[in-house]
Write a protein that binds this ligand. Sequence first.
Ligand code: ATP
Length: 251
Amino acid sequence: MSAATIASPASAADNASAVVRMRDVKFRWPGARGFGLQIDSFTLPARAKVLLVGPSGTGKSTVLSLLCGIVAPSSGTLEVMGTDLTRLSHSARDRFRVEHFGIIFQMFNLLPYGSVLDNVMLPLSFSSVRARRASQGGTVEAEARRLLDSLGLDAHQFANHSTAALSVGQQQRVAAARALIGAPEIIVADEPTSALDRNRQLAFLDLLFAEADKAGAAVIMVSHEEELGKRFDQVVRLDEICRAQRGSAAA
Ligand SMILES: Nc1ncnc2c1ncn2[C@@H]1O[C@H](COP(=O)(O)OP(=O)(O)OP(=O)(O)O)[C@@H](O)[C@H]1O
């Protein structure tokens, strides 16, 4: 296997300010025949936009789950913002995640009975740091509305709508605003554009990146569509950074 390190053009400087560093990480989903993977080295520089690509079922979402502490490696080092997540308890990882990560899930995971605004402001209930940042320019509601408008969903019209009544594209904007509110340092996005046509995909990425830049956030996005890579600083193929293992207890 080749061990590849994600690095932007100014590699030395970026490495010094990397937001994620993974080294010799091993993980296996439970069960004797569970899928496992091993990541030798992976570095996400601060403020970088990185696209992680690979065929379906090869472990892209699993890498994202490891990276943001939803699951824990069995061995190795996983450093995020200078904190080794492998040393944190499950609940400490949960607190750490909401503070430092904005996550756009593949199916968006919006609260179906909450309003658009309820959904966008949800992370602020769990992170006082993000709540403080979100209120810097006024109120947190004003910031939620600003993000929705900026991402292409008219807040005046939709703020109090139930998210269950929104189109997929509209839900995607709500999920993105929820990830961005309070300026977490890392935005993780799992195939958020797969339901859109190419023009809408690219337009959405432009809006997402403009807000991520404003917040100073790095973005790591997973997709099986390598052509989206032209919008990113770096495209990384999953098999460049990790090997998958099935059915043995090696990992
Ligand atoms: N929650 C889970 N429990 C057990 N095994 C899982 C779980 N999630 C994923 N897996 C296993 O991990 C393998 C990799 O899945 P993963 O979702 O990471 O791949 P992917 O590359 O993101 O796929 P896709 O592009 O289809 O979303 C799957 O084949 C499955 O066997």
